[in-house]
Design a protein around this ligand. Structure first.
Ligand code: K1U
Ligand code: ZN
Length: 190
């Protein structure tokens, strides 16, 4: 049954660098509609399927200030418990950490990025209630990464020029090869 529903309902594809839609500043959400609720659920599915610990609406081609985050679900024994955050704003940043990040929109790159160690994130949930979350460690880093997406920024913009230029060249070659040979085929799940 599971495999039939997964076949019937295609997941929203994740846009990949250098898609220009990843560089747009997303617009604030004014009204919480059924369409927005559906988008949030679809984003959670994509995040768990990829797999990832966060996702921002522009990564699925929607220029809206909506993010989903679940930094714990992949730990042993943990349940899925996504945070769905509308119009998130970061404040009260304290301290600095270096964190090795990846991005579902920037294939085949992991790099150390400097981030604030602790932050306060203020947002609205899907019921329209205000939420304040004080975060540190991976959750704080993930919030900063996702809010960057809403501004059209990628973690690539926060690494050295040399590392970025090397990645851009490698990615161009990869895309050229895919155009010639077709995209690499991912192993099917059992
Ligand atoms: O926004 C994204 O592209 C998702 C990205 C978020 C992120 C990762 C690391 C640091 C900050 C933000 C990812 O989820 S990449 C995949 C990943 O980190 C992961 C996947 C499965 C299990 C554990 C981590
Ligand atoms: Zn990302």
């Amino acid at each position: 049954m599971e495999s039939i529903s997964r076949l019937a309902l295609a997941l929203r594809p994740v846009l990949k660098f250098p898609d220009p839609r990843l560089r747009e500043k997303s617009r604030p959400i004014e009204t919480i509609t059924d369409e927005l609720r559906q988008l949030a659920l679809d984003m959670c599915e994509v995040m768990y399927d990829e797999p990832g610990i966060g996702l921002a609406a522009p990564q699925v081609g929607q220029s809206l200030r909506l993010i989903v985050v679940d930094t714990q679900w992949s730990e042993e024994g943990a349940e899925r418990s996504p945070l769905i955050l509308v119009n998130p704003v970061l404040s009260e940043a304290e301290g600095k950490v270096m964190w090795k990040e990846g991005c579902l929109s920037v294939p085949d790159l992991e790099a150390e990025v400097e981030r604030a160690e602790r932050i306060l994130l203020r947002a609205t949930d899907l019921e329209g209630a205000e939420v304040d979350i004080r975060a540190e460690g991976l959750q704080a880093v993930c919030f900063q990464h996702e809010v960057d997406h809403l501004e059209g920024r990628l973690f690539l913009d926060r690494i050295s020029h040399l590392k970025r230029s090397r990645y851009v060249l490698r990615r161009k070659k990869q895309l050229r090869r895919e155009q010639e040979d077709g995209p690499a085929v991912e192993a099917a799940e059992p």
